[in-house]
Design a binder for this molecule. Sequence first.
Ligand code: SF4
Length: 61
Amino acid sequence: MDIYVIQKDCTACGACFSICGEVFEPNDQGKSEVRPGSDDELPCVMEAIFACPTGAIHLDD
Ligand code: SF4
């Protein structure tokens, strides 16, 4: 799977970093980015997707 964050939809709320800091990290604008080489199979990825208030996190098969 490929996980990505639509930057224009991210409000930098920080929920995904709190829930799944192994995969998501803030960029210099405070918005979420996927850590290079992170494990997108971690269960917390789905938790972060459900927790994101704007639906900015997406998965592609
Ligand atoms: S939970 Fe969503 S809106 Fe909040 S920082 Fe993460 S991607 Fe951005």
